[in-house]
Design a protein. Structure first.
Length: 300
C-alpha cells in the first residue's frame, strides 16, 4: 500500500498556467502603462523642441536686430542738395500678410525696403536692407553695403546718385543673408517730440502739405505707401528724423516649412498663416539718430 502511495505521489502533475482572463488583464494594464509613458514622453519632446525653436529664433532675431540697430544709428547726412540720406518704402514685390489676433483684431505684416547713407572710418557707404525670396510673404532678411573709394570728403550729387543706383538695383543674390523666416519688416520715423511722422498726421507741423503727400521744408518727404495706412518717407540733404522705430517679425521654422508646402498666394496658404500669429516672434527697437536735425519740430 505504501508503495502504491509513493508511486502516486511521484506521478507527474499537470503544469500550472495563466488563464485567458488573466492574460487579457495583464495585457490591458501593460497597454495603459505604455500609453501613459508615451504621452508623457511625447509632451516632453514637444516642449523640448519648442524651447529649442524659440532659442534659435530669438538668437537669430537678436543678431539681426543688433546689426540693424548699429547701422541705422550711424546714418549720416550728406549735406548735398537732393542727396538721399534715408529712404524707406513698402516692397512692391510682396503684399501684406494678415493674421488674426485675440479679440477679433488683425495684425498686418509688412515687408519694407530701407536704404541709407553712412559715414564710417572716413568712408562713405550706401547701405540697403530688404527681404528677398518672399514670394509667399515670408522670406530672408538681407543686407548690402557699397563703399566709395573717396576718403575723408563730403559726397557730391554724382557720387550719391551712383551709390543709390548700385544698391537699389542690386540682384537679391548679391545681398548678405541675415535671418530666415521674416514675415514682418517695418521702419517708422519720429520727430523730436516723439510723435510719429506720417502722411496723414502732418497737420501738426507748421508747414503746409498736399494730400496724399507732404514736404516738410525741402528735405523731408512723406507720402502714402502701397498700404494706405503706411507712410513711405525720404530724408534729403541735411535732414534726418530724431528717432527710428524698427520692427522685425520671424516665423518659427516648423511653421514656415508647413506654410511653404502650400502654393504661393493660394487661399489655403492664406488661411493657414492667418491662424498662426502665435508662431511669430516680434522684435521692436527705438533707435535715436546722432545726426538728427528734426528735433526742433514741435506740436503747434
Amino acid at each position: 500500500m505504501k508503495t502504491l502511495d509513493r508511486q502516486l505521489d511521484a506521478a507527474p502533475r499537470p503544469a500550472q498556467a495563466f488563464s485567458l482572463m488573466e492574460l487579457l488583464l495583464a495585457v490591458s494594464i501593460t497597454t495603459v502603462i505604455i500609453g501613459a509613458l508615451y504621452a508623457v514622453f511625447h509632451h516632453t519632446q514637444r516642449a523640448l523642441l519648442a524651447n529649442v525653436t524659440q532659442v534659435d529664433v530669438l538668437e537669430s532675431g537678436r543678431a539681426a536686430m543688433d546689426m540693424l540697430t548699429r547701422d541705422l544709428a550711424q546714418i549720416s547726412t550728406s549735406g548735398v542738395s537732393g542727396g538721399t540720406n534715408l529712404l524707406c518704402f513698402q516692397s512692391p514685390a510682396y503684399g501684406p500678410v494678415r493674421q488674426a489676433l485675440v479679440g477679433g483684431r488683425v495684425r498686418t505684416n509688412l515687408l519694407q525696403e530701407i536704404y541709407f547713407l553712412s559715414n564710417r572710418d572716413r568712408e562713405w557707404a550706401q547701405m540697403g536692407y530688404r527681404v528677398v525670396f518672399a514670394s509667399n510673404g515670408v522670406g530672408t532678411l538681407a543686407r548690402l553695403s557699397y563703399t566709395t573709394n573717396f576718403y575723408n570728403r563730403r559726397p557730391d550729387s554724382n557720387m550719391l546718385a551712383a551709390l543709390t543706383r548700385i544698391v537699389v538695383e542690386q540682384q537679391p543674390t548679391n545681398y548678405l543673408w541675415l535671418a530666415d523666416g521674416v514675415i514682418h519688416f517695418r521702419l517708422q520715423a519720429y520727430d523730436g517730440a516723439g510723435l510719429l511722422m506720417s502722411w496723414d498726421t502732418t497737420n501738426r507741423f507748421t508747414n503746409k502739405w498736399f494730400y496724399p503727400q507732404v514736404w516738410l521744408g525741402t528735405n523731408v518727404f512723406l507720402a502714402r505707401d502701397l498700404q494706405p495706412t503706411e507712410t513711405r518717407f525720404a530724408f534729403l540733404s541735411n535732414a534726418l528724423p530724431a528717432y527710428l522705430e524698427l520692427e522685425l517679425g520671424l516665423l518659427e521654422p516648423r511653421t514656415r516649412q508647413q506654410y511653404q508646402a502650400f502654393a504661393a498666394g493660394s487661399i489655403m496658404a492664406e488661411r493657414f498663416l492667418s491662424n498662426r500669429a502665435g508662431q511669430v516672434h516680434l522684435f521692436r527697437q527705438r533707435i535715436p539718430l546722432r545726426e538728427s536735425t528734426l528735433s526742433h519740430f514741435q506740436v503747434p
